[in-house]
Design a protein around this ligand. Structure first.
Ligand code: FE
Length: 354
């Protein structure tokens, strides 16, 4: 874990002085009721708590953290309605953020800090949510089994040459729904339908397990290609457990749809993000927390512990990620992943994608 303090400019000041400066800077806009913010997080406590503590240290605003699974938190927000104590929802995938917005569980907010830090493609155009970190879902392949020269685009995985060689999880998973949504956005519904059918035909086995299981299946020789988010691979590589580390070491990353390959639109990316809830009572404090999460210090730490990429440009990435090289990300507005989510799901169903 990277100590956050070492990355902050204030670390050179004695703590009391820094505390006083920050209290003065923060106090004027804050009513007494804004001294706390209630956060519902689909990210595990260990992946967020140190940042929240740092935020409290800087601003004096207490953060009350509730963690849970994304779907359960959305249901909880629905059940609580206007009485929900939640101010901020933290979850993964633009598909989930969009669902929360469509269900009326979020509200728009304006923040120059957020608008300046986060590219528009990674934010809701109406300001209901913003991305906090980027996750890439490229093609992973088994070293020595696949010549990367034979790889180019997601679309090219439809070729019968890949028959029985692809591992990918089920269509009930929002990551795949968003990937298919990106194919619809790029190629149209009909082509995306054909693509999904071809992928099903090329699967090495019926979809089962999570992204890590696809990586492990590939390493074990059950398939040559796995589609998975890279932070899983990063997590496995950093693991002390040989059952995680050894399979990961057999796997390489290929960035599909780079310039010169197909339409060159870039590799599919998604975000983890934050939304201001519809019921938020502590809106000033809530927006301050979101702004803190896109600050350079928070971005570096958050991306590092999650094995993800910062949304803020110019922030250093972790050494494991740096080894896989730079890539061009699909510049699709992520709002489209949400808007095309149900179309993607129906299409996968029709294709027999379990
Ligand atoms: Fe995940």
């Amino acid at each position: 874990m990277i100590p956050i303090r070492s990355r902050l400019h204030l670390s050179s000041l004695p703590a009391q002085i820094a505390g006083i400066c920050l209290a003065l800077a923060v106090a004027p806009g804050l009513a007494a009721a804004d001294a706390e913010v209630n956060l519902y997080s689909a990210r595990k406590e260990a992946l967020i708590k140190p940042l929240l503590d740092r935020f409290t240290e800087e601003t004096g605003i207490e953060v009350n953290l509730v963690t849970g699974k994304a779907d359960a938190l959305l249901q909880r927000l629905k059940n609580e309605g206007a009485n929900s104590p939640a101010d901020v929802l933290l979850t993964v995938d633009a598909g989930n953020l969009h669902r929360a917005k469509e269900a009326g569980l979020t509200q728009s907010f304006r923040s120059e800090v957020v608008e300046e830090a986060v590219p528009a493609t990674y934010r809701d155009p109406k300001g209901h949510w913003t991305g906090l970190s980027l996750r890439a879902r490229p093609i992973l392949y088994v070293k020595g089994e696949v010549d990367p020269k034979t790889l180019s685009t997601y679309e090219a995985l439809a070729d019968p040459a890949w028959k029985g060689r692809i591992c990918i999880r089920s269509s009930s998973n929002v990551y795949n729904q968003s990937l298919v949504a990106s194919i619809i956005a790029a190629d149209g519904t009909e082509a995306a339908q054909d693509w999904a059918e071809a992928i099903v035909a090329n699967m090495a086995r019926p979809p089962k397990g999570g992204d890590r299981d696809q990586i492990k299946a590939a390493a074990a020789g059950q398939c040559d290609i796995a589609i998975a988010n890279t932070y899983y691979l990063a997590g496995m590589l950093k693991s002390d457990d040989p059952g995680e580390k050894e399979p990961a070491e057999k796997i390489a990353v290929f960035w599909p749809n780079q310039p010169g390959a197909g339409d060159g639109r870039g590799t599919h990316v998604n975000v983890s993000g934050a939304a201001l809830t519809a019921a938020a009572a502590n809106t000033d404090a809530a927006v301050k927390l979101i702004e803190f999460l896109v600050s350079p210090e928070a971005q570096a730490w958050y991306a590092e512990v999650n094995g993800e990429y910062p949304v803020l440009e110019g922030v250093e990435i972790s050494p494991v990620l740096a080894e896989w090289g730079r890539f061009q990300a699909d510049d699709l507005d992520l709002i489209e992943l949400g808007e095309l989510n149900s179309a993607a799901l129906m299409l996968m169903d029709r294709a027999g994608w379990k």
